[in-house]
Design a protein around this ligand. Structure first.
Ligand code: TPP
Length: 822
């Protein structure tokens, strides 16, 4: 069946059956018209920006149309997105005017990041590109030529907003996250307003759907505000949007139900009057809500303002070409005239010429290329307040007051939950930094045994009368996307955030984490951007200690997601790190380190159950500093030293992860009992990145150090928390990998006992002991002589344990006895 044809531009939605009375829920404005000169200035800015944005997509020469447009003036590859640009520009012009009038601290977060031409054109007009790229994109004819001709070609700005874009704290390439990130940015920033434009296509995404609720987590006493603008241009890439097919009554009901006061901006003939009035109304509403909260009389469930902006997709672009409707249709989405460089058929080139000429750019720029005063009159008089220049968007870092983590250290030899003591540490960090750190969690704080964070702070949920207005540092919303978006916005504006989660569900934000890390990677390469705090994930409730849950909750794949990010960037100021601290003291030391670090994506994985504490706080600090060390207490005395020529070592056992390290230590204990002749070296790796070949990560062990620790040629048996292939990938390039064996999670499990999980994934002490005996027998005659008997003994023990588990539905009581080495 051929695809449908839409016969008109900007088609209206079908009317719903809702009663007209629901429109009373929306804001019906008594609008004041703008003074003519202001409207003229707004329009001048928009026309100039629209011209520049369109020219960026098409022109490689003759950028000011000083002569007749010819095919050779058109770029050979036409790349970019036009359809969203006029809407972004419209809002940009109005926000600058609003800031000028009201002296606001405002950021503009653009959901449709594919509208980069709009942002860059507006930034050039503002003079913000000149500020950050002096000499390159100055506000003169040469700067404009550079901007237009270099867009979407190698060496120029890319087709999406990114960290090179002044004022941007969000990329908007992968759609869905703008709104949550905007709310994160205003938390604990009482004077900041973020205006967030959300595409109606973007609004169909799950992350955006959840993020509308973010107002319910915003305390107007301590935080700023977001003005969400749903840009309802009716189309996405090639289909109408859900929101474009909803009439005003449906939209008003939906967003009123979410808690907003909705104002529809749709008067196309007087759009500037309509939008400026709506924005001024929104700011006034915000100020009322904030004033009430800040003067001790907070409004319960305040109805925060939001706008629905209905303007045609590709507005002011070509109306119809070759019988196809362009303006007000999905044909405007990317390049509306894709054959403008066709030398055989000039129809589209002519259409482009007419289109570009319609903006009369020569009336908007002076002869030297600088914008006329009419265009500039809407800009804030204070440069630092322009949308591209607010300091918090590019130099945001706020130092976190550190706390001595050792005061929460636990006794070596005891059994403790990493999470319990991390909760205590965080509680203390929150007290020391009451407005500079937050924790975002998908309702798992208690379950993850981090509840000590609530000893002195509370949850911050404004719709709940019991957790309103208390400055709570914790937000628990069962939307991993929203937690991630909040964390990104909070971090990009300089404050520190943590995101603890069940291990299995961090995969939900895999691509968000990747998008964010890409943004930061580029930010590190941009000289004018300062540091931001790291983003910090704490993974617990892992596959290795399932209690109430089962197979569905077993998924360590987020480690791989983080590892796939390029581990370092220029100037080595950004990198990812994955930590698997083996005990509570190491966990504390690691979390402390992450909170102080900058520009990184940190993933820390640990257990919430009480597990063995091998190291004192001081020893833990040193172990974490090194990233890995030989554990002498568990190694055979002859094998515990260092040096790569280890005649005294038969086999190296390596634990990476809490439970699997315990199995390593228990395997060493077992081997010491049943086969004292086997010379075992035990290593724990707490920082995964020390394993990768030298030069691939700032934490990587040098080649010599690696050989010293893991020996040059002895068999190395890794017992790893994650997927084995992931670790194999990290080790690729290290010496003699054919002597290495990696055990890890192999997708086996159910709701079963903790030790059964070790058995079914073949990471138990018995699996390890069997492999160690076989490997050791190859060079140790004493072991070789008794190998068969030893393997039978190990197998017998496995059978006994399996039988016990099946019969009793629990692990044998002594299985978690602390290891003893005599
Ligand atoms: C999560 C995600 N899915 C799909 C895409 C591909 N994509 C790019 S633009 C677009 C349409 C966006 O429509 P809308 O948000 O309304 O933006 P606008 O119409 O303003 O361009 C889509 C589907 C994407 N970028 N991100």
């Amino acid at each position: 069946m051929p695809s449908k044809q839409i016969p008109i531009a900007n088609p209206p939605p079908l009317p719903s059956h809702l009663p007209d009375s629901v429109l009373d829920l929306s804001v019906q404005a008594q609008r004041k018209p703008l003074p003519d000169n202001v409207r003229k200035s707004l329009q001048g800015f928009q026309h100039a920006a629209e011209y520049i944005a369109a020219a960026m997509i098409f022109l490689c020469d003759n950028v000011l149309l000083e002569s007749e447009l010819k095919p050779e003036h058109i770029k050979p590859r036409l790349l970019g997105h036009w359809g969203t640009c006029p809407g972004i520009i419209l809002v940009w012009a109005h926000l600058n005017l609003l800031i000028r009038i009201q002296d606001l601290d405002m950021i503009y977060v653009v959901g449709p990041g594919h509208g980069a031409p709009a942002a860059l054109a507006a930034l050039w007009l503002e003079g913000s590109l000149e500020k950050f790229y002096p000499g390159e994109y100055n506000r003169n004819a040469e700067g404009l030529r550079n901007l237009i001709t270099r867009f979407s070609v190698p060496g120029g700005f890319p087709s999406h907003i990114n960290a090179e874009t002044p004022g941007a704290i969000h990329e908007g390439g992968e759609l869905g996250y703008a709104l949550a990130a905007s709310f994160g940015a205003v938390m604990d920033n009482p004077d900041l307003i973020v205006t967030c434009i959300v595409g109606d296509g973007e609004a169909e995404t799950g992350p955006t759907a959840a993020a509308w609720h973010a107002i319910k987590y915003l305390d107007p006493k301590e935080s700023g505000a977001v003005i969400p603008i749903l840009h309802d241009n009716g189309f996405k890439i090639s289909e109408r949007t859900i929101f474009g097919c909803m009439d005003n009554k449906e939209l008003v009901c939906l967003f009123s139900g979410y808690g907003y006061q909705v104002r529809i901006v749709q008067d196309l003939d007087n759009i500037d009057d309509d939008l400026q009035d709506a924005l001024q109304w929104a700011v006034a509403e915000i100020k009322n809500i904030q004033k009430a909260a800040r003067s001790g009389e907070p409004i319960a469930k305040p109805r925060w303002p939001m706008l629905v902006l209905r303007t045609p997709k590709g507005w002011t672009g070509p109306k119809e070409v070759g019988g196809k409707i362009i303006e007000g249709s999905f044909h405007a989405h990317q390049v509306p005239l894709p054959k403008a460089n066709d030398r055989e058929d000039p129809e589209q080139l002519n259409a482009l010429s007419q289109w570009l000429s319609s903006y009369q750019i020569s009336n908007l720029l002076q002869s030297d290329g600088t914008p006329t005063n009419t265009v500039l009159d809407i800009l804030p008089t204070n440069d630092a307040k322009k949308l591209g220049q607010l300091k918090v968007t590019y130099q945001p870092y706020l130092t976190l007051k550190p706390v001595d983590w050792r005061q929460f250290g636990v006794d070596k030899g005891s059994s403790q939950s990493c999470m319990k003591f991390t909760g205590k540490l965080l509680d203390s960090v929150f007290q020391a930094n009451p407005t500079k750190i937050r924790l975002f969690s998908p309702d798992e704080l208690e379950s993850n045994k981090l509840d000590a964070v609530l000893d002195h702070t509370q949850r911050n949920f404004q719709w709940d009368q019991y957790s309103r207005g208390n400055g709570g540092r914790v937000i628990e919303v069962l939307s991993e996307h929203t937690c991630q978006g909040f964390m990104q916005g909070y971090t990009m504006t300089g404050r520190t955030a943590l995101f603890p989660s069940y291990e299995s569900f961090l995969g939900i934000v895999h691509t968000m984490m990747v998008q964010y890390s890409k943004f930061i990677k580029i930010a590190r390469e941009v000289p004018w951007r300062g540091d931001v705090p790291s983003i910090n994930y704490i993974e617990t409730s892992t596959w290795a200690r399932q209690e109430h849950n089962g197979f569905s909750h077993q998924n360590p794949s987020f480690i791989g997601a983080v590892l796939n990010i390029k581990p370092e960037a220029a100037r080595v100021r950004f990198f990812i790190a994955v930590y698997l601290p083996p005990d509570a003291n190491c966990f504390l030391s690691t979390v402390h380190h992450c909170l102080q670090s900058r520009n990184k994506t940190n993933l820390v994985i640990g257990s919430k159950q009480p597990t063995a504490v091998y190291l004192s706080p001081d020893e833990a600090a040193e172990h974490c500093r090194l990233g890995a060390s030989v554990w002498e207490f568990a190694s055979s005395s002859s094998s515990a030293g260092t040096g790569s020529d280890h005649e005294d070592t038969d086999v190296v056992l390596v634990g990476i992860g809490v439970e699997v390290t315990f199995e390593v230590v228990k395997a060493a204990e077992l081997l010491r009992t049943v086969c004292p002749a086997l010379r075992v070296r035990v290593i724990n790796v707490t920082d995964l990145m020390i394993l990768v070949p030298e030069s691939k990560h700032p934490h990587a062990l040098s080649r010599d150090k690696f050989k010293e620790m893991f020996t040059a040629d002895r068999p190395v048996l890794f017992n790893y928390h994650g997927y084995p292939t992931e670790l194999q990938g990290l080790l690729f390039g290290r010496p003699a990998t054919d002597r290495m064996d990696v055990a890890g999670y192999i997708e086996e499990g159910s709701t079963t006992t903790p030790f059964d999980m070790m058995l079914v994934n073949r990471v138990s002490r018995f699996d390890l002991a069997g492999k160690a005996l076989k490997a050791g027998a190859e060079r140790n005659e004493a072991v070789k002589g008794q190998l068969d008997g030893l393997l039978s003994e190990v197998n017998r023990r496995v059978k006994d344990v399996r039988k016990f588990i099946l019969e009793h539905g629990k692990d044998p009581d002594d299985i978690y006895e602390p290891p003893r080495f005599h």
